[in-house]
Design a protein around this ligand. Sequence first.
Ligand SMILES: [Fe+2]
Ligand SMILES: [Fe+2]
Length: 135
Amino acid sequence: MALMQWTDELQVDISRFDEQHKRLIALVNEVHDAMLTGKGRAIVGDVLDELIDYTERHFSLEESTLTKHAFPECAAHHAEHQQLLATARELQEKHKAGSLAVTVEVLEFLKLWVTEHIKKCDKKYSAYLRERGES
Ligand SMILES: [Fe+2]
Ligand SMILES: [Fe+2]
């Protein structure tokens, strides 16, 4: 069973960002599947790399859109992105060095990371961006 499911609660009503969030959830589920099926460290590491790369691209697209429309909470939003990525890279480094096994706890962290950020931060830009013609 997939670790994460898409729900309406996660919808931000900006279609490209909703699509990207769905892809992020799929990638967290892929890391989970790789772990559950006993895939080796290298494979789990590759899927984590893909998740981090995709997250970086998604964050930079959100940031450029928020900057373009002078979103008032831009700085706070960018700072939270930076913090999330720093934590994810740290996990990845530990995983690569062999000092961290990707466990259910690590995945629960990733799951929370994705859902809390979308619900608490991303949802704040919905109405603001829609009022400025984004959809
Ligand atoms: Fe997002
Ligand atoms: Fe965000």
